[in-house]
Design a protein around this ligand. Structure first.
Ligand SMILES: Nc1ncnc2c1ncn2[C@@H]1O[C@H](COP(=O)(O)OP(=O)(O)OP(=O)(O)O)[C@@H](O)[C@H]1O
Length: 823
């Protein structure tokens, strides 16, 4: 019965024929679109819908922050504990407000600016009038840096709450217009800064920052009535009304890049996730690896872009906010050393005291956990389980290798159990839980882990839907053995949805959606697919977003998936190091032509030191991965390769082999960067800069898992040094360059010479594509061409190979000196 419902066959012969032709041409099954619209129209329609939705959600997010502040103040007034606080290391309201203040007051917060907040070119008049600002030092057309609230309040000026009336006034009865335009950002923080101003007058911390003052406001609620807070937040008189739009202007480089991604996103997503066989896709992985927007890293001498948003130096000197923020942080941490110490030591321990049999999950799951050797919960599991079991939406951040997979699998299983017993009369076999993740290997890993936990649950199944396998096989599986839990990569799932394989109907029963590596899935390369999938899911569901890194952009857009009143669980801790403390991190800076020799040297040394060595060498592209693999193999090392240019069967075999083995080196592209749990990796080497800070953290996190020790080395060229700025808060040590024995040097040169020139050409093309996609580098094409020239020599090419005209055009490299075009 199920199979007939699931298949949803096209009714007419012509539809059938059409589907067949499409399936043959695209290799991924029939693609038909409802209403007879063509693919592009369908795509555009969805994109527009997604854009509208995003705009709406951004508006909602602004309101949420305002509401959050209001509710904290109200809770304090009522003398009740804040409902959002738990004992699981979540941010307390106070910490949350502090975090928000820091986030928006901090230098670098300029990327939170959006055009709704007014033009950068003309700061509002009140800003120009601010005491302590040096007008003459400001560059015309630029917005000033954050302003110290102390400077906004002249000596002797006291802000009082106009009780009952509900607005804040100064001693003269005027509205207080303390504004922090430094925020250059959302209006949501206006209330914040205004509250701060009020508190400045009332607190003994006179002259302190927004964060301290808000803290005091919360702790001294008598200073402001709840109505006054509301009114104050909403009062249009308090802040000047400016044009309301959302998102950045198209002239911003962010959109330039997104435009590029628009063209390449699918290819890139496919390449990264390996969703489809990709031709030259990965070589030119432009979209997926595009750098995070709003990065504050500078490219030193390569930074040629002069942006209006750069802070004028002279003005910086007048108002160096970073120092103030540090000061505030120090002040706030005074009196809480015990807590900080406790937090630090806790961070190093993976397991908590709590046992799985105490947390109210099914005894059959507990039995399976015990069999797998899991008795105590990890800290992240302890922190999240109760929230998830209550059915709340959650966004969770926890360091790599701390047990996030089990943390979402346990509530997922409970959800299935509950749903199975609540309603047994269904027309189609339901899917209760959908887990999305970015790569095929990760999907298989999660499914395998789920099967371990489901060992004693007869009747609950898990199925993976990932690219690289035959579509028809997936379909047969979906029909013959329908599972309640689906683990999928977005591309393949979307293919099933669009092909009407019946999965949409089954997804109508969905109770829980999980996004593992959520920040990556909401990144530009995947976001559109994820949005389309989410559009097909019931609104009444629980959503869980997990990752080791949650950049602020992701928090902002997480509500594409999450409910407004979701819980944010951060087990890393605000201001704490985001990488596991037991990983020794270092970096080396050397010209490209030395990289292969250095990698070989590091590996040799490591093998001598660690008997059971297990190393991952990350390269920036699949082609470079292949090149490095061939080279190390020539050098007689025990090495394997994995990247999206390899067939899926091969990838699975290598992944399994590496998981089980010791004394093995895996050369990998970013397909192994996230989520892969290879036990006991002793060293991670990253050759070349990762696409962003987050990727650095995830790649590094393949070692030092479960609280074990590990080592990470980043090897970069001198011109890539700017990236260190992005990870300057992480504990990296600089290594001096090793002495390479001349004989080894010769051997390596010989080995490079043995690699075919066609391979080298493709390595060059891929390299160019990767770095062209990195904003800081890709925007100066002439320099990029020069760097690529140097790189080509390092891989043994005499001259840089030519590009196809079309490729050069797409990459913006036509007519660039040093770039050859194929005739
Ligand atoms: N409660 C537990 N007790 C013991 N080991 C555990 C427990 N929970 C998870 N683990 C183990 O910890 C390891 C890391 O888990 P997992 O892969 O889920 O980490 P993660 O936080 O998802 O990492 P990443 O951020 O890299 O994806 C796995 O080997 C897993 O088996």
């Amino acid at each position: 019965m199920y199979s007939s419902i699931l298949s949803e066959r096209p009714r007419t012969l012509s539809k059938l024929l059409c589907s067949f032709i499409l399936a043959r041409d695209m290799g991924g099954g029939p693609r038909t679109f409802p209403g007879g619209v063509n693919k592009w129209k369908w795509k555009r329609m969805h994109e527009k819908r997604a854009r509208d939705k995003e705009r709406r959600l951004l508006e909602q997010e602004k309101q949420i922050y305002q509401a959050r502040i209001r509710s904290h103040i109200r809770a304090e007034l009522a003398g009740k504990p804040d409902p959002g606080s738990t004992s699981y290391g979540l941010l307390s309201p106070e910490e949350h407000i502090k975090a928000l203040a820091n986030r928006f007051k901090k230098e670098g917060a300029e990327d939170l600016w959006n055009i709704n907040d007014g033009s950068l070119k003309s700061p509002p008049p009140c800003f120009r009038e601010l005491p302590g600002t040096n007008r003459s030092s400001r560059r015309p057309g630029s917005i000033g840096p954050p302003v110290d609230l102390r400077k906004l309040i002249p000596e002797g000026r006291h802000l009082v709450s106009n009780n009952g009336i509900g607005n804040l006034t100064d001693t003269n009865g005027n509205y207080v217009q303390t504004r922090n335009y430094s925020v250059r950002s959302q209006r949501k923080f206006e209330c914040y800064n205004n509250s701060s101003a009020e508190d400045v007058s009332n607190s003994s911390l006179k002259g302190n920052s927004a964060s301290s003052t808000i803290r005091n406001l919360v702790t001294n609620p008598r200073n402001m009535s709840s109505t006054s807070v509301d009114d104050y937040i909403n009062n249009k008189n308090v802040m000047p009304k400016r044009e309301q739009k959302f998102w950045r202007s198209e002239s911003e480089s962010e959109w330039d890049v997104e435009g590029e991604i628009g063209n390449y996103s699918r290819g890139c997503r496919l390449n990264f996730a390996g969703e489809e066989a990709s031709g030259n896709g990965e070589d030119l992985r432009i979209g997926r690896d595009v750098r995070k927007m709003g990065s504050s890293a500078a490219l030193g001498e390569y930074d040629v872009k002069s942006k209006g948003r750069m802070l004028p130096k002279a003005y910086d000197e007048v108002n160096d906010l970073s120092e103030q923020v540090e000061l505030i942080r120090d002040q706030l941490s005074v009196g809480k050393p015990a807590q900080n110490e406790e937090q630090k030591t806790k961070g190093e321990m993976m397991l908590s005291q709590r046992r799985f049999d105490e947390c109210g999950i099914s005894p059959l799951t507990v039995k399976a956990l015990s069999l797998a050797g899991y008795i105590h919960m990890s800290r992240v599991q302890e922190a999240s389980l109760s929230v998830c079991l209550e059915g709340k939406d959650a966004l969770l951040k926890a360091k790599t290798g701390t047990g996030k997979s089990v943390a979402f699998l346990l509530p997922a299983i409970e959800t299935v159990l509950k749903a199975m017993y609540s309603n047994t009369n269904r027309q189609v076999p339901p899917i209760f839980v959908l887990i999305l993740c970015p790569t095929r290997e990760l999907a298989s890993q999660i499914a395998a882990e789920a099967k371990v936990l489901l060992k004693y649950h007869d009747g609950i199944g898990v199925q993976t839907l990932v690219g690289g396998t035959r579509f028809k096989v997936d379909q047969n599986c979906l029909e013959s053995d329908p599972s309640q839990i689906i683990v999928a990569t977005p591309g393949r799932l979307l293919d099933h949805i669009e092909n009407k394989s019946g999965i949409s109907l089954r997804l109508m029963s969905l109770q829980m959606l999980v996004l593992d590596e959520a920040d990556h899935l909401l990144d530009l390369g995947f976001r559109k697919d994820v949005e389309k999938i989410v559009d097909c899911l019931p609104r009444q569901r629980q959503s869980l977003l997990y990752s080791a890194t949650i950049p602020k952009e992701v928090r902002r857009i997480s509500q594409l998936v999450l409910k407004r009143e979701h819980t944010y669980i951060d087990t890393v801790g605000f201001g704490c190091v985001e990488t596991p403390t037991k990983i020794k991190q270092s970096f080396l800076i050397a010209p490209h032509e030395w990289h292969f020799q250095i990698v070989h040297h590091i590996l040799k040394e490591h093998i001598l030191q660690a008997r059971d060595y297990k190393v991952i060498v990350f390269c920036v592209t699949g082609m470079l991965t292949s090149f490095m693999y061939q080279l190390l193999r020539e050098m007689k090392m025990n090495v394997r390769e994995i990247h999206s240019r390899k067939p899926q069967l091969y990838r699975t075999r290598i992944s399994d082999e590496f998981r089980e083995s010791k004394q093995l080196i895996l050369v990998s592209s970013d397909v192994s960067a996230r989520g892969m749990n290879y036990p006991d990796v002793t060293l991670v080497i990253q050759v070349g800069i990762p696409c962003d800070r987050e990727q650095y953290i995830h790649r590094l996190g393949r070692t030092g898992r479960e609280g074990k020790e590990g080592e990470g080395i980043l090897l970069i060229a001198p011109w890539e040094e700017y990236f260190l700025d992005e990870i300057k808060d992480l504990p990296l040590e600089r290594f001096s360059l090793p002495d390479i024995d001349p004989q080894t040097k010769l051997k390596i040169e010989d080995s490079i010479a043995k690699i075919g020139s066609d391979v080298k050409e493709r390595v060059y093309h891929a390299w160019l594509g990767y770095y062209n996609s990195i904003r800081e580098i890709g925007r100066d094409k002439t320099t990029l061409a020069q760097l690529a020239d140097k790189f080509s020599k390092s891989i043994g090419l005499q001259t840089p190979p030519a590009l196809f005209r079309k490729t050069a055009l797409k990459m913006g490299l036509r007519d660039i000196p040093g770039i050859k075009i194929r005739r």
